[in-house]
Ligand binder design. Structure first.
Ligand SMILES: Cc1cc2nc3c(=O)[nH]c(=O)nc-3n(C[C@H](O)[C@H](O)[C@H](O)COP(=O)(O)OP(=O)(O)OC[C@H]3O[C@@H](n4cnc5c(N)ncnc54)[C@H](O)[C@@H]3O)c2cc1C
Length: 573
């Protein structure tokens, strides 16, 4: 079946201000144009937003060929460039592996303190650096940076790595698939062409044409909440912390968010009346008046970009339909509170990339690809659930929801116990996988948890970090063995690594004798903590820095865990 072209909109129609200068990339006529038969490509990624580009970069890093097509010739969304700003520790760890973290850290702004106000009272604050969960990683809890910068860094990196072709101004217009493959029809300024693909990745965002053409079932919920973003430069400098108001006196007691991003630009996000006219609220004089109410009439403001938005939540019922894998906003759409949209798209991409690479390189069974759905659908549902709760707290329905919110605010002003009830967005975390067919869960097991990018010492004393071990493993599984190993264990491990795509590293303490050539020293026990492993035990770490399993002895459990993590064994293999 061939489907008709659909209209696309990105939901942003009004902007004010000088705007951002986005890079543009040249259109290069694809080699297929003019040739009669469709070319074959093992992997075609449709959509070059943050999700598609992360996948492309991950594949390029593992040397897996693919093409990525995007209908646009720039990053961000033309005319609506300002979207995501907060990037989580897990995303930053992924970007470090991909080789763009240093650029992000240099351009972006680190923050860890968040303060929430109701009226003139501070009702809740946190410092993420004081929270145990963030402590172990080499990356900070959050960096704020305009989304299009990350996308541009990814483009440069993909071009430098090779293996993946980026095809700008190439628009998918029709699609069909059968047991032999997928056929994609693509339009370009130089004419139309077709390609055949074994695997198709839908990273086309929330208006996904593939989702419509394939009639993919999904749940959807639309709110009547309205917001208006102002990206501005100031003559004054508010604190670098994340400030949110549930009830801002300067915004008719509606919510306001305030964040610093790259280039000294502040994102001020105002909640509007439900029936607000988007054209009116984003008019320059109206925006200036709003800013003056917040910062005083004397403040000098340069408006960089303004955009009104509404949001909805959506989630597919399955992450895969035949040859098509959905990821990022094409799989689920969440409200922007808690920074879960882009960050979970990045995690989707990181999850599928190593699995696709392992299957394409013959190092894992195709059944492994099914675990993408187990893991990322669980994450998608959790992120939709968490963001929907925030949305209801920020725009409660009249009646019991509003009564509850008023009570929570009143209590939080006076009592610490009520502060966790204040919900202006639960910041995104690395989602755990509790029901994946690729993980081996035992009692009290940490399988399915993300392992942070912790530091250790290399055998020669230099400092290393987990991402470097994953780099060295080059897409294979990484087995960390903590403490001494018997001769029999070493023999078994040598046998395993000779037959499976597995790299083994012994992890010893400061003064212990190493028994394996490949060993590192865990001077402060950070690596063991991050893997939640016991002394004398092992941790099987996947290329996406998730724990496939851990155990105490080099025994049949380890063999089973390796089999599951490669899609070779298991109930559903
Ligand atoms: C106001 C706001 C604030 C936000 N803040 C945050 C935040 O702080 N942190 C965060 O993590 N997330 C945030 N988000 C969410 C985040 O911006 C999105 O989740 C993210 O952009 C989704 O990325 P994506 O790659 O899946 O899709 P998109 O970014 O939408 O990319 C889709 C790509 O597909 C291309 N495309 C579409 N159709 C076709 C076709 N037929 N053929 C070829 N190409 C096609 C498009 O050109 C586009 O490049 C925010 C969103 C908004 C609106």
């Amino acid at each position: 079946m061939t489907y008709k072209e659909v209209a696309h909109t990105n939901g942003y129609e009004f902007t004010q201000g000088g705007g951002y200068e986005l890079p543009t990339y040249p259109f290069v006529p694809p080699p297929e144009i003019g040739s009669g038969a469709p070319a074959r490509h093992p992997i075609v990624i449709v959509g070059g937003g943050i999700t598609g580009l992360t996948l492309a970069c991950s594949l390029a890093r593992l040397g897996v060929p693919a093409i990525l097509i995007d209908e646009d010739d720039t990053v961000g969304v033309k005319g609506a460039s300002s979207r995501g700003i907060c990037y989580t520790q897990k995303s930053l760890e992924i970007f470090e592996r991909l080789g763009i973290y240093e650029h992000i850290a240099a351009k972006g702004v680190q923050w860890s303190v968040g303060r929430t106000y109701a009226g003139h009272d501070e009702v809740y604050s946190f410092d993420l650096r004081q929270q145990g969960g963030y402590r172990l990683s080499q990356q900070p809890p959050f960096i704020n940076i305009q989304q299009f910068y990350i996308e541009a860094f990814l483009v440069d990196r993909i071009n430098a790595l090779g293996h993946v072709q980026l095809r700008w101004r190439n628009r998918l217009t029709a699609f069909e698939q059968d047991e032999h493959g997928a056929l994609l029809s693509i339009e370009t300024p130089a004419g139309a062409y077709q390609v055949r693909a074994e695997h198709v990745i839908d990273a086309t965002g929330s208006a996904s044409p593939l989702r419509k053409w394939l009639q993919v079932p999904f749940d959807s919920k639309r709110g009547d909440d309205r917001w208006c973003i102002a990206d501005v430069r100031f003559t004054t400098r508010p604190p670098q912390e994340r400030h949110t108001w549930i009830e801002a006196p300067f915004n008719e007691n509606r919510a306001v968010w305030q964040h610093l991003m790259g280039d000294d630009v502040w994102r001020i996000d105002y909640q509007m009346a439900p029936n607000a006219d988007p054209a009116y609220v984003s008019r320059e004089d109206v925006v200036r008046e709003r800013l003056a109410r917040q910062f005083g009439p004397e403040v000098e403001v340069e408006i960089v970009w303004v955009g009104p938005y509404a949001y909805r939540s959506e989630c597919v019922h399955a992450m895969r339909h035949g040859r098509v894998f959905f990821m990022g906003d094409s799989a689920k759409v969440v409200s922007p509170f808690g920074a879960r949209g882009g960050n979970t798209g990045v995690a989707d991409a990181d999850n599928l990339a190593w699995k696709l690479a392992a299957v394409m390189r013959g190092r894992a069974a195709p059944a492994l690809l099914e675990s993408y759905g187990d893991e990322r659908l669980e994450a998608a549902r959790e992120n939709v659930r968490v963001t929907n709760r925030t949305a209801r707290f920020l725009r409660p329905a009249d009646g019991i929801e509003r009564t509850y919110r008023n009570a929570a605010i009143a209590l939080a002003k006076r009592h610490a116990f009520a502060r966790p009830l204040i919900n202006t967005g639960r910041m995104a975390v690395a989602n755990p996988y509790t029901r994946s067919r690729a993980c081996l869960y035992g009692e009290g097991s940490a399988a399915g948890q993300s392992v942070q990018n912790v530091a250790f010492a290399w055998a020669d004393g230099r400092e290393g970090r987990l991402n470097q071990l994953l780099d060295w493993a080059a897409g294979d599984l990484l087995l960390l063995c903590f403490g001494p190993l018997s001769r029999a264990d070493r023999k078994r491990l040598a046998g395993l690594s000779a037959t499976a795509p597995l790299r083994v590293v012994q992890v010893v303490g400061a003064d212990d004798a190493a028994q394996c050539l490949e060993h590192v020293r865990d001077l402060k026990g950070a690596l063991r903590d991050a893997c939640q492993a016991a002394a004398g035990g092992w941790a099987l770490v996947r290329p996406d820095a998730y724990l496939a399993a851990h155990g105490r002895a080099v025994n049949a459990d380890l063999v089973q865990a390796i089999g599951l993590a490669l899609g070779l064994t298991g109930v559903n293999a």
